[in-house]
Design a protein around this ligand. Sequence first.
Ligand SMILES: [Zn+2]
Length: 246
Amino acid sequence: MNIIETNLKFGALSTRKSTKRVILHHAEASKCTAEDIHRWHLQNGWSGAGYHFLVRKDGSIYSLRPENAVGSHAKGSNSDSIGICFEGSYMTETMPQAQINAGRELVAYLKGKYGFSKVQAHRDVCSTNCPGTNFPFAEIAGATASAPTPAPAPTPAPSGPSYQAGTVYTLLADHLRVRTGPGTGYATKSRRRLTVNAREHAYSNGTLKKGTRVTCKEVKRIGDDVWIRTPSGWIAAYYGEKKYVG
Ligand SMILES: [Zn+2]
């Protein structure tokens, strides 16, 4: 769910001490923006838009009055409620599905965020027909409380250095083993199984000398360790938090 921020300027507001319910309204205007509502309510002599949110017909959701401020939308019920206004005039119009879905989502989000389950129509608390007889109240209000969807955990940035195929690196340690695969479980290569070029930089047991230049053909990360494939075989580039190739 995406709540679009608005840059509306408000007069004096007070912070709401408790949040126990949400109250639903219609704008009683077939088409209106967040700015329209703000302007109308300023003209009423209020501090600005009295609702906290506006749900438009296309399903977009706008923030109006700051969510933690006492609203001005339902006389006698503002001190512990969040007011949501739906664009449209639902004594006569039929609400588009996109708007219903967005309303359901917003209500469910607020229920989960504040831990309340109470949803009321403006007409439940004041003498008004708001939000209109065609307003799909049950559909929107009935959305079950749900904990806010946790954002997917970001993939932790891999620790240690990063290596790239196609890059030439230098061995920082002496006697580095060349293996048949990326891991210590793979066999160590003997000198004669290295490339001709690598043999020139290898000891008799096949381990490579410090300072040898190797071309990285492939990178394999295993946990925090990084193995690179060279023309001769696999070398631990970063292993046990120690850098062997740089
Ligand atoms: Zn209302």
